[in-house]
Write a protein that binds this ligand. Sequence first.
Ligand code: CP
Length: 308
Amino acid sequence: MVLKQITHLTSIDNLTKEQINFILDKSKQMLNILNSKKTLNICKGKILACLFFEASTRTRLSFEAAMHRLGGNVIGFADASTSSAKKGESLTDTIKTVQNYADIICIRHPLEGSSKLAAKYCKIPIINAGDGGHEHPTQTLMDLFTIMIKKNTISNLKIGLCGDLKFGRTTHSLLQALALFGNEIICISPEELRMPNEIKDKIQNYGGKIFQTENLNEVINKLDILYITRIQKERFISEKEYLRLKGRYILDKKIMSIAPKNLFIMHPLPRVDEINPEIDNDKRCIYFQQAFFGVPVRMAILEIMLKI
Ligand code: CP
């Protein structure tokens, strides 16, 4: 297959369907390699810079693990207060500097559009590892991979996106990809935390079907996948408003007892109170497996974007 090269990955809409399918196929190969315990050297001599201006466990560590598994090296920071941003250095100056030390950069930053700005000034590939409440495209690729492994398809499914759809960047990227592949999406959120109109408008272009509700119990029986997210406390201006909305959706044994037997529960993690740990051993709860898939998927992304 001849694919247009992926230069930067700042939004899921940088990718065509063919490119997404190619990444998912490559991720399957990487998963097989990981499972066989073989070691790889395909990124030997390459350096990934992880610039994390905002907290992370999964994204940063799975990017680092992916690069190590490919035989490459990692530099970077996990806390912007230890970088020269603390002294007032601009993001663009940081990028103009780090591009001379690495072959590829993944960046998490609290400002929406920060990775796109970084890409404008960068001669090496930039990967958006989360830009404020905007997007998180590599999370979407591992979400799609999880769905592919569990359902054997990423098309013609009924998928519920639940929780904070206003600030939840993972759902912004995922909605676009799910619509691109012809799924029916049910957005479940309080009115105040609805999916932004600009994202919904974008998916109208490729005929995406969305239904909105506040009532999870009303729709849970119709779903193949329920993708639940935490309420993003750090993006609220008012603590009072956060406290009013938190705890609106909680998955526990009671709700799982009425949920379909073939429903899968996904969550990008971290969770706060929206999934009671009492259901973690329910076979339908696949969020920790989803987090593990961050490694093979990010191995695939690094290999493809480094043009190896
Ligand atoms: N899903 C995700 O982005 O997790 P982290 O914030 O831990 O990276």
